[in-house]
Write a protein that binds this ligand. Structure first.
Ligand code: NAD
Ligand code: UDX
Length: 464
């Protein structure tokens, strides 16, 4: 059949899969081909059992797959026939050499660029979808041997979807951002990409800019979002010392239209594959340009997040009579947020490791993330067990720790759970989602984040 455009996406992950499925779903006139080097992932995309859990994703994929949406490992053929190539490979934090633990690891990215060069027989528009350091497009152009006038145009089109709401975010994005060279060829390529999104995104929500501003905007957006969480989490520590309630503070502060009420939920800490990685990438960039003060400022957002996770563990330890050895704690939730099975950088990993260090036994429960949890916590051996049913998971435990805000945890029969637990029984609500008064009435000693504890004994304030 004759398709109006042939779109390729290299990288079939959390971003490439849903993003391309949405383009194919909204634009049956385009052929959308998604390729990956990982054959298992591609098999899963072609099966009834998609490789990632995302509300609404199945409907979109099942509608478009086989019609104008195709998944394969044939990268070479994909490149040859494409007019537009999105690159959505992973850009994790470097684990070795210069910049280890901070800089973005661009090896997958560069391999892709070289492969595009090798397989291309016709002009192409290359779209950076992955999150990359500012000025990566320049490196891409050099590898492709273009100065912006030849066969290849490189555009920046960062993705702003959040996991758990990816389909909604893609259907109605706050904005789509497209950066290009401001030359005639650059603007022409940009308009090509604008015309794809314009099939369903209102023109006012398609923002265009120069390439460097676009690349940098992605890092800055994530830094600002994470900064709000670290700001409110820092205040949660002060609330616990003073008897103020962090939810009330967040509500009062967020009512100011200049501040806004979103992303002010105090928690056990932020997780996910993006925030930490992207902020550290920003910090590294600042340092490499000699901007020490700017780097230190943003690095503090990550440090407060580490502090919040450690505070949560120490609070459990001190509350439970300064020893966790031989005790059993049930983690309610392991995914880094609700409605996803993704556990990358989830606070649960750190917390389970720290509890195991204290010789505590850990029972992990989660409706979607247990397979990933088993991989993440493998080296903890039989200190950890994995039980999907929350009632079974909580039985014989000394404490419950809520780490993910799954709705199902709000609706459990906590009286039944209390009866099955070792006494005194504790709840540490790392997401402030439970009815703390009701839990206290049942008999639990309740420790929310940034709010007064509700106990059945006298406390003289928290230790940290
Ligand atoms: P992911 O690890 O889920 O997917 C990346 C995929 O690329 C993997 O399946 C991998 O096998 C594949 N790949 C790597 N090298 C390849 C190559 N040479 N050829 C073909 N395939 C290759 O990662 P992700 O979460 O989808 O993130 C991708 C990018 O998008 C990252 O830069 C990330 O920062 C950014 N991003 C992620 C999110 C998110 O919520 N996960 C949101 C916005 C932006
Ligand atoms: C984030 C950005 O939101 C998204 O725009 C970008 O494209 C990718 O990174 P994601 O990591 O998928 O998305 O989820 P997000 O909703 O941002 O949550 C990140 C973490 O912050 C989660 O662990 C979440 O629980 C936590 N969080 C979020 C809070 O602790 N408090 C809040 O108020 C909001």
């Amino acid at each position: 059949t004759d398709f109006e455009k042939r779109i390729l996406c290299i990288g079939a992950g959390y971003v490439g899969g849903p993003t391309m499925a949405m383009i194919a779903f909204k634009c049956p006139q385009y052929k959308v081909h998604v390729v990956d080097i990982n054959p298992d992932r591609i098999d899963a995309w072609n099966s009834q059992n998609l490789p990632i859990y995302e509300p609404g994703l199945e409907e979109v994929v099942f509608e478009a797959r086989g019609r104008n949406l195709f998944f394969s490992t044939d990268i070479q053929e994909g490149i040859e026939e494409a007019d537009i190539i999105f690159v959505s490979v992973n850009t994790p934090t470097k684990t070795f050499g210069e910049g280890a633990g901070m800089a973005a690891d661009l090896q997958y990215w560069e391999k892709t660029a070289r492969q595009i060069l090798e397989c291309s027989k016709s002009p192409k528009i290359i779209v950076e979808k992955s999150t990359v350091p500012v000025r990566t497009a320049q490196a891409m152009e050099r590898i492709l041997g273009t100065d912006g006038t030849g066969k290849f145009q490189v555009l920046s089109n960062p993705e702003f979807l959040a996991e758990g709401t990816a389909i909604e975010d893609l259907k109605c994005p706050d904005r789509v951002l497209i950066g290009s060279r401001l030359t005639e060829e650059g603007l022409k390529a940009r308009d090509e990409l604008v015309s794809i999104y314009a099939n369903w995104v209102p023109k006012d929500n398609i923002v265009t800019s120069d390439t460097w501003s676009s690349e940098l905007s992605k890092l800055v957006a994530n830094a600002f979002l994470a900064q709000r969480i670290s700001s409110i989490n820092a205040i949660s520590a002060l609330c616990e010392k003073t008897g103020a309630d962090v939810s009330r503070v967040a509500y009062a502060v967020g009512k100011d239209g200049r501040i806004g009420d979103k992303f002010l939920k105090s928690s056990v800490g932020f997780g996910g594959s993006c925030f930490k990685k992207d902020i550290l990438n920003l910090v590294y960039l600042c340092r490499s340009y000699g901007l020490q003060e700017v780097a230190d400022y943003w690095e503090q957002v990550v440090k407060i997040n580490e502090y919040q996770k450690e505070r949560f563990v120490l609070n459990m330890l001190h509350t439970m009579f300064d020893t966790l050895a031989g005790k059993k704690i049930c983690l309610l939730g392991f995914a880094f947020k609700a409605d996803t099975g993704d556990t990358r950088e989830t606070p649960g990993i750190y917390i389970a490791q720290r509890l195991a260090e204290e010789h505590c036994r850990v029972v992990v429960s989660d409706p979607q993330a247990l397979d990933n949890a088993k991989i993440d916590l493998k080296e903890l051996g039989d200190a950890v067990s994995y039980v999907e049913d929350p009632y079974e998971a909580a039985a014989d435990c000394d404490a419950l720790a809520v780490l993910t805000e799954w709705n199902l945890y709000k609706e459990l029969d906590y009286a039944k759970i209390y009866n099955s637990m070792t006494k005194p029984a504790f709840v540490f609500d790392g997401r402030n989602i439970l009815d703390h008064q009701a839990l206290h009435d049942i008999g639990f000693n309740v420790f929310p984040i940034g709010k007064p504890a509700l106990t059945h004994y006298r406390t003289n304030g928290r230790t940290r």
